[in-house]
Design a protein around this ligand. Structure first.
Ligand code: ATP
Length: 300
């Protein structure tokens, strides 16, 4: 498998604002690729340039070897695009919506029914799209983006504004799309989403890509310590601080958190003192990676 997307030197300015700043990006065919960054980082603009729907000021992007700008209809059959706000035709049911998309692409009706089934919408096929829940609407818009069986699927913040259960359901559906062999490129401002779904994550801030790697490698490369948390009443702060390998102790009033580079001996010491009630151990996360890269806390 080679590179399905190759972008070099992409830039886009709106007035004084450099929305995308000299971005190079490659995406491996079949991967689940995330562009992660806070609101306003430039994710949507970058995605639209790569999709070939927004003209960059500079740089080039290719999908499957084909340059995306000037607009190239050859690419339309290869890509599926789901926009941030689902754009449905008014007054149509879910089934009529997807059939309208299928007609545009010359896809068979059987494909529509299969997609409604795949996205858990068979029961909702006769419902007007304005009466669908947020999660159902998002799933329908992704199903519509897949109607012509594209090789690459672009999703712009697909889980924004969904409740936690609907987000998890959508994650499963997105994993399914990728498992079918499609390349998925997704923008998100949710760290946990990028960490859970993506093979590769590009962290974007102020129009620039700061780093690209697997979530595991990004986390492994920073030296963030582990945090071990126990119930507050099990131990005094000085006793916790005296355990070998503990750098510092945080007292929240309900729990004690010990900061350490090496959790195993600390856990052993806690076990010996029968002080493991409520224990939780957490390592570094993508939030720590963002902090290390930018020097500031992540605020989506
Ligand atoms: N058409 C436009 N004209 C002027 N400024 C724009 C335009 N589109 C986006 N911007 C600005 O460019 C910056 C990047 O916007 P963009 O939507 O690409 O970021 P984003 O990371 O996708 O953020 P969000 O998650 O909020 O969509 C923002 O400051 C935004 O206000």
């Amino acid at each position: 498998m080679g590179e399905i997307i190759e972008a070099t030197g992409l830039s886009k300015r709106y007035g004084d604002h450099q929305a995308v700043d000299n971005v190079d990006l490659t995406v491996e065919e079949g991967s689940f690729f995330g562009i992660l960054g806070p609101n306003g980082a430039g994710k949507t603009t970058l995605l639209e340039i790569i999709e070939g729907i927004r003209k960059p000021d500079a740089g080039t992007a290719r999908i499957a070897g084909v340059e995306v700008w000037p607009r190239n209809t050859e690419i339309l059959t290869k890509i599926g695009v789901q926009f941030q706000s689902a754009a449905f035709f008014p007054k149509l049911t879910a089934r009529e919506q997807i059939r309208a998309f299928a007609d545009l692409y010359g896809a068979p009706e059987s494909r529509c029914d299969a997609l409604l089934e795949q996205f858990g919408l068979t029961q909702k096929a006769g419902t007007l799209t304005e009466d669908l829940s947020g999660g159902q609407s998002q799933r329908l818009s992704i199903a519509c983006a897949l109607v012509h069986d594209p090789q690459v699927v672009f999703l712009d913040e697909p889980t924004a504004a969904l409740d936690p259960q609907a987000r998890r359901n959508l994650w499963d559906a997105l994993r399914g799309i990728n498992a079918e062999g499609r390349t998925v490129v997704l923008t998100t401002h949710y760290m946990d989403e990028a960490q859970s779904l993506c093979d590769q994550v590009a962290i974007m801030d102020h129009g620039r890509i700061l780093t690209v790697d697997s979530p595991r490698a990004l986390i492994a490369h920073i030296n963030a310590p582990h945090k071990i948390t126990i119930d507050r009443d099990l131990m005094s702060v000085p006793d916790a601080a005296a355990i070998g390998g503990v750098h510092s102790v945080e007292d929240t009033g309900e729990s004690l958190t010990m900061i350490t580079d090496d959790p195993a001996p600390v856990l052993t010491a806690l076990a010996e003192r029968k002080a493991l009630a409520g224990v939780g151990v957490s390592g570094a996360s993508l939030e720590d990676v963002f902090l290390e890269l930018t020097g500031r806390e992540y605020r989506a």
